[in-house]
Every structure is written in C-alpha cells, then in structure tokens.
Design a protein around this ligand. Structure first.
Ligand SMILES: [Cu+2]
Length: 223
C-alpha cells in the first residue's frame, strides 16, 4: 500500500492549491430591467473607435452585449477585449484599468475555453465570445450569462472599464462604462465603485426594488 499512501500524500499536497483555484461563475439572474451601460472609445484617428453597450436582458438573465468598433488596425489581431477592474483615471492612461474583472478567481493562468465560459474570467469577453478579427470594422451582439447590471454584486461591471488589446495583449485603447446620457460617454474619473450606483432606467410597469433611489453622484468628467 506504499503507492496509495504516496498518492494520498501527493493529493494532500496538491489539495490546497486546487481549492484556491477558480470556482465556476454563476449564471446571473434578476438583473434590473432597463439597466444599460455604454463604454465609448475615445475619438482618436489612429486608434479603434466605437462603443460597447451592455444591457439587462428582457428576462433579467445575464446581459445583452453589443460591440461596434471601427478603425481597427490591419494586423495584430485577433484583438482582445476585456472588462478591467478599475475605471480609467483622469489621466486617460489605459494601464490604470488594472487587472481583469475576475471575481471567481479564474486567474490569468487559465486559458478561457468558450465551451466552458463559466470557468473563464468574467471580464474576458473576447475569451468567452471570440476575439475581433483583423479588419476595419467589427459588429457583434450576444448574450453573456455571467455579467451583472446590479450594483454591488460580484459580476457588476457598470463602474469599470473596457480595454481593447492586440492579440499579444498590448493595449490599444480603453473606455469607462457610463450610464447613457449621464456623462457624455467619455467616462468617470472616480477612483472606486462607490460613486456610481446601478443605473435604472425607469420602464413602465417594471419593479426594480429600491435601486432607483440610489442613483446619485452623476459626474461629468471630460477625461
Ligand atoms: Cu484586458
């Protein structure tokens, strides 16, 4: 039984590592009706332009993602795009976005497989849904089941940023998510999530709990 005790010992050694690894991202339900955020890339003639619009789905399960990007480089793709943890600060430097939205600890070491999106970093949008191929324009829309439009939940993205990268992860451009009509689309400069509450666009007949009352601190930042 020497080999089995050896195996047990090995297992005991490996177990803590295994347990500290990722847990599957849960499918998000109950997203507030009408919630929508837009990240508008800065208008720059030498960089990709366009928008990322992420909204609650009509049934509140997951989110509806609309990507519309133009002026992409002719090479260097497939381009990647992720939701990063921090909003870009007032310097406009994309590196201030920090790391990816990864509340379930998938980590950078894990290679995202679109067949198992629950195991990917929640913010790894191109990993889960495909990168942006070389070419001038890119338009796609899809449902992502793992993002939340409910402020304060682990997979909430509305106070964060999106970063577009070359295939080699070099940063191309970035933008903050904002509420439509809230800040002119150019982003919030607030350092953390405290200021931006869940946006709730009133929809006739919808019930959104107490969230509507918490929409405060709409900042107009021209970063
Ligand atoms: Cu990224």
């Amino acid at each position: 039984m020497r080999s089995s005790s050896l195996a047990l010992g090995l297992l005991a050694t490996l177990l803590p590592t295994t347990l500290s690894q990722s847990t599957p991202a849960p499918i998000v339900t109950g997203n507030p009706r009408g919630a929508q955020y837009i990240a508008t890339l800065p208008n720059n003639a030498s960089l990709p332009n366009g928008t990322f619009i992420i909204s609650s789905t009509s049934d509140g399960n997951g989110v509806y993602v609309q990507v519309n990007v133009s002026n992409l480089p002719a090479s260097g793709g497939p381009f990647l795009y992720h939701i990063h943890l921090n909003p870009i600060d007032s310097s406009g430097n994309c590196s201030t976005a920090g790391s990816h939205l990864d509340p379930y600890n998938a980590t950078e070491a894990f290679v995202c497989d679109p067949a198992n999106p629950q195991m990917c970093q929640v913010g790894d949008m191109s990993g889960k849904h495909g990168g942006i191929a070389n070419g001038t324009n890119y338009t796609v829309s899809y449902v992502d089941q793992y993002l939340s439009t409910q402020y304060g939940t682990p997979a909430f993205f509305g106070n964060r940023s999106i970063v577009v990268h070359f295939a080699n992860k070099t940063i191309l451009t970035c933008a903050n998510f904002t509420m439509p009509g809230g800040a002119g689309g150019s982003g919030y400069g607030s350092g953390n999530g405290g200021a931006v509450s869940a946006v709730v666009i009133p929809v006739a007949g919808s019930s959104v709990g107490g969230a509507a009352a918490t929409v405060t601190n709409l900042q107009t930042v021209t970063a």
